[in-house]
Design a binder for this molecule. Structure first.
Ligand SMILES: *Cc1c(COP(=O)(O)O)cnc(C)c1O
Length: 403
């Protein structure tokens, strides 16, 4: 086989349909974010970032940066091994205690990313619980889908956020161990699950409830414990999964739950056992970030105010965006080529960085810009964004019909 021409023809097909991904070469400047330097063709330009998942700019927070620097100075860079072989440290254990406390659970378990935590936990539960069935919301993230697939357990999809459909599907499963996997804030539409109803259905059927709070930890609840904290439901959920890479501004993933549940995953999960632990400095920085957000709502409040401001100005300009209860503002384009073109023009002419969201991240025909205002976007940044979008709407002949 001519491998190289195979690779090239597949890439050409992706380009022809507008779904080829191009990454911006950015350099975030501490203290200046959301302004960042963009490198292109040997030149450097200043851009404003509007699509970061470091939602609260905690990746630049003095306490978080200092914790990482101090711990690197004290402990060096890498963990030196898996948790089993030489990689465990006081910093990992302290972070796990902090996370367990954040969600009001007995215990937490760290992974190298949120993706791996979902993949490892779901694949272990599905594979090791005899005769288990996993009931997965049809909108679940790729990391959950892959974990479920890898488990080889039977799986049933239920309609997105539809707890009545979940109830029917659970009933149909009958007397087998059931695991219900869903998210709180769905990252592409920004919609929030009816968690209370889902939990009640799980309880009625004796199912194990598994929630991904990746886009909600640090962001919702008085201490940043997510939507489950905000709605007083954390204690009724068996497993809460989260990331340290989004609102907490570092990297890593975790699960929290009972002692036995976490010990079970720790003991049987290949995705936990056979990979080098997070660097201690990462763990220390994440602990500092979580602690800060447990005690401070300043960042959350400023961020919420900016989200409201952007929505208001978009409405005034007649630019359609999806209504939801979260901090994520999807501006619908509905065409992959236009979506990429608008993103390119925003960057080239306006110094505004919003990555286009195309298939397979979202279904074809629902291509969009996903805007995530942060606490440090200024009024001038917001005005410029809306002015630019208004100009582009006319130039690219995009519908003003509300999505
Ligand atoms: C980003 C994301 C993950 C993965 O988290 P990482 O820490 O980035 O690996 C998991 N679930 C959802 C819903 C996500 O959006």
């Amino acid at each position: 086989m001519d491998f190289d021409s195979h690779f090239k023809s597949q890439l050409d097909a992706l380009k022809a349909e507008g779904n080829y991904r191009v990454f911006a070469d950015l350099e975030r400047k501490r203290g200046a974010f959301p302004q960042a330097a963009r490198h292109k063709d040997g030149r450097v330009e200043e851009v404003t970032v509007w699509c970061s998942n470091d939602y609260l700019t905690m990746g630049h927070h003095p306490d978080v940066v200092q914790a990482m620097v101090d711990t690197v100075q004290a402990c060096g860079t890498g963990a030196g091994g898996t948790r089993n072989i030489g990689g465990n440290s006081v910093h990992h254990l302290e972070l796990e205690r902090e996370l367990a406390d954040l969600h009001g659970k007995e215990r937490a378990l760290l992974f190298t990313s949120g993706y791996i935590s979902n993949w490892a936990a779901l694949s272990t539960l599905g594979a090791r619980i005899p005769n288990a069935v996993i009931l997965s919301d049809e909108g679940n993230h790729a990391s959950m889908i892959e974990g479920i697939r890898h488990s080889r357990a039977d799986k049933a999809l239920w309609r997105h956020n539809d707890w009545r459909d979940l109830d029917r599907k659970l009933k149909a499963v009958g007397d087998r161990p059931k695991i219900v996997a869903f998210e709180s804030v769905y990252s592409m539409d920004g919609d929030v699950a009816p968690i209370r109803e889902i939990v009640e259905v799980c309880e009625a059927h004796g199912a194990l409830s598994y929630i991904d709070e990746v886009h909600a930890v640090g962001m919702y609840g008085p201490r940043g414990g997510g939507v489950t904290e905000e709605r007083g439901l954390a204690h009724r959920i068996d497993l809460i999964e989260g990331t340290l890479g989004k609102a907490f501004g570092v990297v890593g993933g975790y699960i929290t739950g009972s002692n036995n549940l976490c010990d079970y995953i720790r003991s049987f999960s290949s995705g936990f056992i056979f990979t080098t632990a997070l660097p201690p400095a990462i763990a220390a920085a994440a602990t500092a970030s979580i602690r800060h957000l447990k005690g401070s709502s300043v960042e959350r409040a400023a961020q919420k105010a900016n989200v409201a401001k952007v929505r208001r100005l978009l409405d005034r300009a007649g630019i359609p965006h999806m209504a939801n209860d979260s901090h994520i503002i999807p501006v619908m384009i509905g065409d992959p080529v236009k979506c990429r073109m608008i993103s390119d023009i925003l960057m080239a002419d306006w110094g505004i960085y919003v990555q286009p969201i195309n298939y397979p991240t979202v279904p074809k025909g629902t291509e969009r810009l996903r805007i995530t205002p942060g606490p440090n976007h200024s009024d001038a940044d917001i005005d410029k964004l809306v002015t630019a979008l208004t100009a582009l709407w006319t130039r690219c002949a995009i519908s003003h019909a509300v999505a």
